[in-house]
Design a protein around this ligand. Structure first.
Ligand code: DAH
Length: 341
């Protein structure tokens, strides 16, 4: 091992380094010299001793310094390149969400009815049998309890509990009527826009949970004419002033008289199509004058006050309005469907 040898290695290195075309090649060269060449230099240094070892050792270290400084420089350049940001590139647009069709429908309903002076109130989804049935004049063995496919809550010694203690998932927002009337006295003008539950097999028009719009107005001297006026105004605003509305006699335990309300088919305009089963009409809402027993059990004097109530499915309103033929789409989280709104 001689000093000239080290000088030779240095020259060779610089030649190769300068001659390389890419920085990748340069890095390779640095690595080769740092690892292979230097390790054989240091290995042969071990065999020397005294002054010679010290002198050559110093030179070898200088060489090492040179190789690694070049390597560091290359790394710095690469890092700068990797971190470089092109500020002239157009920005990425974040995907905007849209409002769910049911929310949209709920908001529209609330908007129309609030213009008529109705105030939105809330009630619990986990409800007692009392408010869901008893306070609404639905007798113990009344088929309506079965008819609505109730999801009852398992409770210890359930049969010994009172109706106010027995729990279920409410089947109708009418339960909120009973709750509200117990605490608030007429004049009342409220709506409820909330979720209800039914123990049902699902298909294109049935879901185990869906949304209802419930309305209640209690005052002195209210009549069916007032119910009809509010109904007409609501549907004309919701579907457009060209829809016709008709009342058919019906039965609900909590109203007397009771009605089924239809709107003329918004798709075929009464000509008859599959959406209205060729009848020209769409069943849309249950309604009636609040039964005196319901007022009484909430502590309101039926000889002084009368009221009307109505209830309908928000999902059904949305299906008709947006021509959607399967209720399950609302709950499926399919973005191809949701992004259309
Ligand atoms: N609660 C009824 C149902 O779920 C709908 C209904 C009918 C509500 C008549 C009312 C009413 O307020 O007066 O089928």
């Amino acid at each position: 091992m001689k000093g000239e040898n080290l000088e030779l290695i240095k020259t060779k290195f610089l030649q190769e380094f300068e001659g390389a075309k890419t920085s990748k090649e340069r890095r390779k060269i640095c690595k080769k010299y740092l690892e292979d060449e230097l390790s054989s230099v240091f290995a042969s240094l071990k065999k020397l001793s005294g002054k010679e070892k010290a002198e050559l050792g110093k030179e070898a270290n200088n060489l090492k310094e040179l190789f690694s400084s070049k390597m560091t420089m290359l790394k710095e350049i690469k890092k700068e390149k990797d971190e470089w940001i092109d500020v002239t590139l157009p920005g990425k647009k974040p995907a905007l969400g849209s409002i769910h069709p049911l929310t949209r429908t709920q908001r529209r309903c609330a908007e129309i009815l609030s213009h008529m002076g109705f105030v939105t109130v809330e009630g619990p989804e986990l409800e007692s049998e009392w408010y869901n049935f008893d306070a609404l004049n639905v007798e113990q063995d009344h088929p309506a309890r079965e008819m609505q496919d109730t999801l009852f809550i398992k409770q210890k010694n359930r049969e010994k509990l009172s109706p106010r203690e027995r729990l279920l998932m409410r089947t109708q927002t009418s339960a909120v009527q009973a709750r509200y009337m117990e605490k608030n006295k007429p004049p009342l003008k409220i709506i409820v826009l909330e979720r209800v539950f039914r123990n049902e097999a699902t298909d294109s028009s049935h879901e185990i949970n869906f949304y209802q719009l419930e309305g209640l107005m209690v005052e002195e001297k209210l009549s069916v004419a007032n119910l009809q006026a509010v109904t007409k105004l609501f549907f004309h605003n919701f579907f457009g002033s060209d829809v016709d509305i008709r009342f058919r006699p019906s039965y609900f335990p909590f109203t007397e008289p009771s009605f089924e309300v239809d709107v003329s088919c918004t798709i075929c305009k009464k000509r008859g199509c599959s959406a209205c089963q060729r009848t020209g009409w769409l069943e849309i809402m249950g309604a009636g004058m609040v039964h005196p027993n319901v007022l009484e059990s909430a502590g309101i004097d039926p000889s002084q006050f009368t009221g009307f109530a109505f209830g309908m499915g928000v999902d059904r309103l949305a299906m008709i309005k947006y021509e959607i033929d399967d209720i399950r789409l609302f709950y499926g989280s399919d973005l191809r469907f949701l992004n259309q709104f």
